[in-house]
Design a protein around this ligand. Structure first.
Ligand code: HGY
Ligand code: MN
Ligand code: MN
Length: 325
């Protein structure tokens, strides 16, 4: 299947950090695929790649081609490759490739067009569909995400001469804070919090740390729990996207498409952030179709996996839904 071959071609580039030469290379390849499909190609000021079917239509689809370091084969890329197929099959509509989704949806936040509707296919990146034994799912909403730093202070000193009693070690304090962050999120149903980055100053093994900065990612499925989590963490987010619902209109078209194929309808929230969330927050009718993750739902990892059969079905449902929208 051409979709799988194209996913392999993109994966072979390796890491594609936002606005890197590798992301540029992926956009160059995708541009060629759009042109081969007869789409009219343009690039906006943020570097988002747009392919318009010559028959017109304001129903958009797409995703992103950037990745996290050592990421998976499907995150983002599947929605782009499948989107090109689906717009070509539907004979109308637009496919967009947003820049730099992983570091804060920079491309979609700078995007200025007003699609009539937007539908993104994405791998689930979690275990829910596999646990339910179904290939596809309809996303009901996208969790709020807040990212920011929390710091601890200590008293710098010589690692060999300062007695353990009376030390003020910033990294020991950070270790205690990381456990408090974990417990705070665990106490709020559906909330998650992660410390993905630890910066130790001055960072030599023979110096008692004077300061530690923790990079925190905190998420929750609705506004109340999101606000509570941020407050209880004492986080001042440098990046904050509120929880957002998906379009009822797009969800009902997806339900109909699954029903037409006698497929079970499972609806689920997304813990991962997506470009669709940026558009939905702007009032655009945005929705998402998830395809089942295998391997326990692992993502942001080379072990990310979906089956060829599920992907083939997802492309079909996407094309049908774009036509129906
Ligand atoms: O971090 C996220 O939720 C997404 O993978 N960018
Ligand atoms: Mn993604
Ligand atoms: Mn991702």
């Amino acid at each position: 299947m051409r979709v799988l071959e194209r996913l392999d071609e993109l994966y072979a580039i390796g890491d594609r950090i936002g606005y890197s030469p590798e992301e540029d290379e992926a956009h160059r390849i995708a541009r060629g695929w759009m042109e081969d499909a007869g789409l009219q190609v343009s690039v906006d000021d943020a570097g988002n790649l747009i392919g318009r079917h010559r028959s017109g239509g304001e129903v958009w689809t797409g995703s992103h081609l950037d990745t996290v370091p050592n990421g998976g084969r499907y995150d983002g890329a599947l929605g782009v490759v499948a989107g090109i197929e689906a717009v070509a099959a539907a004979g109308r509509g637009v496919v967009v490739v947003f820049r730099d989704e992983e570091r804060g949806c920079r491309g979609s936040r700078a995007f200025t067009e007003q699609p009539g509707a937007y539908l993104e296919l994405h791998i689930e990146q979690g275990p829910r569909l596999a646990d339910a034994g179904v290939p596809l799912g309809i996303v009901t909403g996208i969790a709020g995400v807040a990212r920011g730093d929390l710091a601890t202070e200590g008293r710098v000193g010589h690692a060999g001469t300062v007695p353990m009693q009376g030390r003020s070690d910033a990294l020991v304090a950070a270790a205690e804070l990381i456990l408090r962050i974990r417990d705070t999120a665990a106490a709020i149903e559906g909330a998650v919090a992660t410390v993905g980055r630890v910066t130790v100053e001055p960072g030599f093994a023979n110096v008692i740390p004077s300061r530690v900065i923790l990079g925190v990612d905190a998420r929750a499925p609705d506004a109340d729990r999101f606000a509570r989590l941020i407050e209880e963490l004492g986080l001042e987010p440098g990046y904050r996207l509120e929880p957002v619902g998906m379009s009822a209109r797009v969800c009902s078209v997806l339900r109909a498409e699954l029903g037409r194929r006698d497929l079970p309808v499972v609806e689920l929230p997304s813990g991962a952030g997506h470009d669709a969330g940026i558009l939905a927050a702007r009032g655009i009718h945005a929705g998402m179709l998830f395809v089942r993750s295998l391997n326990g739902g692992v993502s942001h990892s080379p072990d990310e996996l979906s089956s060829d059969e599920d992907i083939g079905l997802a492309v079909e449902v996407l094309a049908g839904a774009l036509s129906a929208l």
